[in-house]
Design a binder for this molecule. Structure first.
Ligand SMILES: O=P(O)(O)OC[C@H]1O[C@H](O)[C@H](O)[C@@H](O)[C@@H]1O
Length: 279
């Protein structure tokens, strides 16, 4: 592992992938003939100790400010330390085919609700689809509580015209409304302002984009929840690591195990969470 910023590029027959060792963060994945399915800002900020905006942030060992027993824990950094870490790329010479495997050892930290040393392994495979698989293992000697998410920023032509389909009838926790429980009544999720929701299922979803004229298919494995986020104009234009208006060109659709679905890992146990994207 080194603490220099390395961005790896793989040009396969079916797609092109870019991934940063810092955060093990996919930055773009573009099937042949298509703009990237993954969004990143026009100006990428690469700075140690600061999360990279866009791409697919790997969120663990906690989500947001951390959560246990019905309460936010108020932890920092937000979304855990994995996205602020330089991961070890295992055998990068073998990754020309668009498969890459990263490893990260997270030491025990008194502030961490896991309270135990963890080992994270992240595998990414890019071809006709993009597969991302995160495994977190408890390598300590007592039980650990862990949250995990793949915080995928999907590129869209205009989020105001984008629809996320597949969560009708599902209950969600509405963070944008101050943390209330609601049910998705409409068939599609639409974006007329800030949307920040934790849906209580992880199902195959479709992201309909009439501007780029495509449908992104999102599947998850091992997740119990789907987080859907776009900051809307007011919050989006106040986010300093993206340009004004850029908030309208992505929607985050995240595979998650968070809040009430944090995972209890006994010593030696692991948990795997995955997400697959295709057009
Ligand atoms: O700005 P970040 O720290 O990357 O977080 C961006 C967003 O991540 C998730 O989707 C959360 O549900 C949001 O509440 C949060 O604002």
């Amino acid at each position: 592992m080194s603490d220099t910023f390395v961005i790896r590029e793989f040009n396969g027959d079916d797609s092109r992938l870019e991934i940063s060792d810092y955060g093990a963060q996919v930055l773009s994945w573009a099937p042949v003939g298509q703009p990237s399915v993954i969004w990143r800002p026009s100006a990428l900020v690469l700075e140690a100790g600061v999360p990279i905006r866009g791409g697919v942030p790997v969120v663990t060992p906690w989500f947001g400010a951390g959560y246990a027993g019905g309460h936010a824990l108020g932890l920092s950094p937000k979304h855990g330390s994995a996205r602020l870490s330089f991961w070890h790329c295992e055998d990068p010479s073998d990754s020309s085919d668009g498969r890459v495997r990263y490893r990260l050892d997270l030491p025990a930290d008194a502030a961490d609700p896991s309270g135990q040393p963890l080992r994270a392994v992240y595998e990414v495979g890019a071809g006709g689809s993009l597969r991302m698989t995160l495994t977190v293992a408890n390598v300590g000697e007592a039980s650990a509580s862990v949250e995990m998410a793949l915080h995928t920023y999907l590129r869209v032509g205009d989020v105001r015209r984008t629809r996320v389909r597949g969560l009708s009838g599902v209950g969600y926790w509405d963070a944008a409304a101050g943390g209330v429980d609601r049910v998705q009544q409409e068939e599609d999720i639409a974006f007329a302002g800030e949307v920040d929701r934790v849906y209580g299922v992880a199902r195959p979803l479709e992201v309909h984009d009439p501007v780029l004229n495509r449908v992104i298919h999102v599947r998850s494995d091992g997740a119990e929840q789907t987080v859907v986020w776009n900051p809307g104009e007011r919050i989006g234009d106040a986010i300093t690591d993206m340009a004004p208006g850029e908030w309208s060109s992505f929607v985050c659709v995240e595979a998650a195990l968070c809040r009430g679905h944090a995972v209890e890992l006994a010593p030696g146990e692991s948990c795997t969470l995955g997400q697959t994207l295709s057009l």
